[in-house]
Design a protein around this ligand. Sequence first.
Ligand SMILES: Nc1nc2c(c(=O)[nH]1)N[C@H]1C(S)=C(S)[C@@H](COP(=O)(O)O)O[C@H]1N2
Ligand SMILES: [Mo]
Length: 313
Amino acid sequence: MHIGRRKGWEIPERLATPESLWLNRRQILAAGAALTLGGTAARADIDPTASLYPAPRNSRYTVDRGITPEAINSNHNNFFEFGFYKQIGHAAEALAIRPWDVGIAGLVEKEFTIAFDDLIRKMQIEERLYRHRCVEGWAMTVPWTGFPLAALVALARPAGSARYVRFESFYDPQIATAQNSFYPWPYSDGVTLAEATNELAFVVTGAYGRPVAKPMGAPLRIHLPWKYGFKSVKSIVKFTFTDERPVGFYQRIAPAAYGFWANVNPDSPHPRLDQSTERDIATGEIVRTRLFNGYAEFVGGLYAGQEGEALYL
Ligand SMILES: Nc1nc2c(c(=O)[nH]1)N[C@H]1C(S)=C(S)[C@@H](COP(=O)(O)O)O[C@H]1N2
Ligand SMILES: [Mo]
């Protein structure tokens, strides 16, 4: 676990944790292994990775606001495969998440497919508190669990010619009925390899101390906290390494409004949507949005020399 230097605007993670979650963790610790085993056994038949949770929290990534309660998060999602509104939770439960194979394709030493349950067991999972900012102007704070995207890139062994990695979601219009619409399914997006191997880029397998729920992108999604939420593809089936810049779902639909970089910037408005502030979906509080969503200390250096480019929307 890394030990980070705490910045002025940050507060200890314990203070950002809702009291109920904190108490729950303490009770679990106090009750010891018996209770933990009991809890995981009850879920083991539902999800074969349940026993891997909860994972230790990495204290390097702190947040300056309260964690969004799980009940609010799971009732407020963008998962267009299941409908173009926020309450897709029930519809998303139809997604079959086992078996779930993950393809590693394109410019790699050797293409391969790995079952998600095998992939996760090759990785060291940890919990991270990250803030999420959607281009629609809402924000949330989530205790994700997962592993660095850099570890997946290392496993993939990209060729020297690879410059980007593209994340592709599933395609199953029988279940995801909105995929019968004319949009460029399956949902996808991508980043440069430099971005993918930045320490913040995270492959999410869990949230709120257990396997990630279907409405939030089970069984694996990514989270790139310095970019607008649409870059963080959910329910991924394929990682493709390429030398061509991927064109994401949003960019394909509206190239004038959504570029490749999509780094959060309060001073770079979307044609229709002001980006200067954001609304916390739990508290309703409106706060000023920050450059790189407040993660400039981690990612600012990625874009040195690119100041003239459309790095934002
Ligand atoms: N497969 C897929 N991934 C997706 C989306 C989507 O519609 N389909 N929406 C994106 C957008 S716009 C946002 S803001 C986040 C929302 O994540 P959440 O539903 O967990 O809050 O997922 C992103 N990833
Ligand atoms: Mo979004």
